[in-house]
Write a protein of this length. Sequence first.
Length: 273
Amino acid sequence: MPPPSPTVYVPMLPRLITIPFSHYCEKARWALDWAGVPYVEEAHLPGLHIRPTRKAGGTTVPVLVLADRTLRDSAEIMAYADEQAPAARKLYPAGDDAERREVLLVETLCNDRLGKASRLLAYHHMLGAPERLLDAVRPSLTRGQALAFPLVIRLVRPLIRSRYGVGRERAEVALETARTCFAELGARLGSGRWLVGDRLTAADITFASLAAVVLAPEGHPSIGSVNAADGAWREIMDELRATKAGAHALRLYREERAGVSGMYKNATLAPVL
């Protein structure tokens, strides 16, 4: 009788809980992909993400569930990705405190100002048109999610508007904030190719990810063509796409993001409702 086969231990992959088209979730995804960290994405429609997020110990998405701990926002996930990354793909400059501070400065600017402004703008212009919004985010949805999307958005729309203060006056302020951030980051670029230093860092990934919702860049894994937008929303997108910072984000998606999108993501677990 042959001896029993040895037990093979298969480690559990990190589980990334997302709203698939969320720009903060995209920041976390891109960081993990760039660093070469394998993971399973568990994607939920807005509102339906609340229960699994809380069950995992978080309050908002993204949440990354590891074997020994849970990371509860995109900044923590970015730092974790940097820890796991090989030397050539570190997200924060090693051994240069001045450059590291600059990367953190840009990351904070985008997290606290641009990310919130771009989200509010998108909700203001798209929440009232679920079919157009569906066209914009369809690449990130399963067939079942796409069918349920218009109904789910109509149900959670009052909650979203209340939580983020979506309205005309705040949208006007958000647009000025976005313009100011794009101008500041465009000035930082100067004639260079990167926001800090001489290669891609967390600064570039954070900016491009959080700006994507107002740019609809080609190569984005979760957002569709800019042609899904029309009227005033399309005018805003065209304006920001034409800036130096906008062109930088579009280039990053075209040249950098597309090459690693989904490379390390485990595709066996499809997004669920």
